[in-house]
Write a protein that binds this ligand. Sequence first.
Ligand code: BDR
Ligand code: CA
Length: 311
Amino acid sequence: MKIPIIIDCDPGHDDALMLMLAFGSGKFDIKAVTTSAGNQTQEKTLNNALKILTLIGANVPVFRGAEKPLFRNLIIADYVHGETGLDGPALPKPAFEAQALSAVEGIAAILRSSEEKITIVPTGPLTNIATFLLAYPHLKDKIERISLMGGGIFRGNMTPLAEFNIFADPEAAHLVFKSGIPITMCGLDVTHKALVFQKDIDLLRSIGNNTGKAAADLMDFFSIFYRTNRTELDGGAALHDPCAIAWLIEPEMFTSKPCFVDVEINGTLTTGTTVVDFYDVTGKEPNVEVVYDIDRERYIKMLYNAICQLP
Ligand code: BDR
Ligand code: CA
């Protein structure tokens, strides 16, 4: 049976490959895509989601999300994703429009009318999901799990300890991690092992379809940042977001551990850090399946197979 999911993303190069994996795998009943402001402004991430869905021939409802974090100013990652948020390839113009409802209203309508529980897959800042939980607390039980990309155990990419998606809207993340919903967290510990090298980019391009070409062009651009700024990754680019989807398909591909996790919102040095009790020093009940290692070769193969199924 296909896994029913709603994807909340901020495309973003790795978000784009996450969408390709989600749709191409054939493993999901994708109810909707909602967009967060993160890698670029809401206007751009929404437009990018529509472009990628058009490219891969997926016509699902798309809902526009929040323009900015709950309480803080918007920060964007144009230094990784460029002016458009998806710099690199020539992408088709969107063939369809976003729905009239907002992301929060859209998620509520889908959950309300669903007889089965639905998994949410956020790969950007958690603003939409937190707002949904505040506005519709009675629908929380309709969420099966949240499988997200964000955070980390021992490292950060915005500050020494904070990762972009959590750092961008820490109050939203705090609310989501405290929600009691089962969470899978694919943070930087695993995503910095989910590396894409030049040979993998060449492999995607060799598929010969439009999606494979766009995926390779996206990874060419995305790799510039990693090859310049993360030289310890030996030329690899950290393909973060597809991990949150891949874990739902093949959790055995990963190594993980249930841990208690909270999000720092008042730190002087650590705002936006996911504080992971990896060694169970607090004895608090684990609320998060913390993912920290991956079979990289299998991950690339999974991406390859999914992209082969797309136009
Ligand atoms: C996360 O931040 C964004 O730039 C990426 O799309 C990913 O979701 C990695 O820290
Ligand atoms: Ca993202």
